[in-house]
Design a protein around this ligand. Sequence first.
Ligand SMILES: [Zn+2]
Length: 410
Amino acid sequence: MVQDLNGHYKLLLGLSEPWKIETVDLSIVSSEVTITIAYPKGVTVACPGCGTHTSIYDYRKNRSWRHLDTMQFKTIITCATPRSNCDTCGIKTISVPWATKGSGFTLLFEYVAISVIKHTSSITAATKLLGLNWHQIQSIMARAVVRGLEKRDATNTIEYIGIDEKSFLKNHTYISNLYDLDNGRVLDVVEGRKKEHARALLNTIEPELRGEIKAVAMDMWKAFMSASSEILPHALIVHDKYHIKSYLTKAVDTARKREHTLLLRNGTHILTHTKYLWLKNKQNWTEQETIKFKELKSTTLKVSRAWAIKEAFGQFWTYLYPKSAEKFFTKWYFWATHSRIPSIINVAKLLKRHTPGLLAYIIHRITNAVGEGLNSKIQNLKANARGFRNFNNYRTTILFFCGKLELYPQ
Ligand SMILES: [Zn+2]
């Protein structure tokens, strides 16, 4: 019976000769099963450095690994791991077949934990389901990401990438993300949004793949533009249309605030409670907002003109040929710069300075929309905000959920 149980665990853990299960201890009181694994004396070991077979130098003191529960019993594996004695590499602790280096969990446990974390998309839920603390979950995720990055196929060509910045902490800290737009995944994340950070990020792309990149989507952000021109001189810069839309929306809001203040001084309340009307997409208006809009449209309000200019710009993205898009832009630019609305004139001038990156969209039609998907995923995870004070944990989380990595151990 004991032999059967030992054999059962040996099979379960995938142990091969000469590893053997020494004892299986069941403690009813503490609801634990402890499996002791041994590596017999007098057998050779493979040096983890070079693979040469050497004699055993000594044994390390007992260490434990958490394994999958047996029924409801917490299952712990313990082992005194032998150290090799290699002439070339010196004395080294050999690797064990049931766990990766530095992990306190068996591979099978990590496998299940990764599935649980992936499916719950919540670190808090995963801690409860797995009976682990936050740091233990974070360590499993970090190892999974390292494993995934190592296994990532560095020879796969990518034609379209994107780079953008996101706020990380409340005190004006930023991160920059690099996206593979072909496959909708995050390639890497760095802390900061200056040129040197963008450079570091773009340098993570294998040098032999850089020539294959056709275009990079980004905001009209000088640091990113100049880093991209430097590292990917052949790639076109495409300004992200969602960023441009948000500049225009902001300009409309500024126009509303200005005009509202002036009107209030004259005792006119026509713009009261209209903030969201101008910010929302037309199709998301409530019935009341639609009525209000009709009422405002017939007036000569500046904000209504600003809004019309913003809406009209949407047509730019629909052109199929850069020449037609350019023609449209010239007309739109004239209208916008003659609007006598300072916030709109500013954005129009900003767009004018970035015309090449706008027209490049007509050729390549890429955006950083993948970054928005990432935002909503991260939003869910932000419930565990304390962990995100640390940039490395944040990067791990982003790559774990949005990196499309092969996270599981073999
Ligand atoms: Zn060696």
